[in-house]
Write a protein that binds this ligand. Sequence first.
Ligand SMILES: [Zn+2]
Length: 172
Amino acid sequence: MRRSSEPISGMLRRRRIAGRAQLAAAADSYQPRRQPSGPLVCPQCGVVYAQGRWHWGSPPEGAAADLSPACQRIRDQLPAGIVTLHGPLPQPRRDELMALAHHHEAAEKQEHPLNRIMRTEESADVLQIMTTDIHLPRRIGEAVRQAFHGELDMDFDEDAYFARVDWRPPKG
Ligand SMILES: [Zn+2]
């Protein structure tokens, strides 16, 4: 993955200097495609795993309580995706970008309960949105480009289950 001087969380910094094998192993324990052996209900967010998929609804009888992969990532502060929105970002624009990101998260989460925004970070020049999955960053990035034009740059590392999306506003 490309190196960058942008602000990133300490956790991510540690991931970046970890070896590739280590990284893949760490990523694997959060893999949404890893199948639990029986029905589960997440005590944190209430999402249910049954018949091979995660969905919102009532848990089947006998479902075990276990944190969903999304809540594990939130607990461990380990994003699978990072959207970086580059400035200049005056406050009204920041508000618009955040509203747009949260709107798309809400829509995405209906269908794909493990795809969520886990937190956001703001600095003078950038706004960063951390997600629990690798698909939401693309969706947010494309929505931002559609609304505000500019340039999108996307990096996906399927093996490590990590996605990075950068958006820059139009020049001038
Ligand atoms: Zn959960």
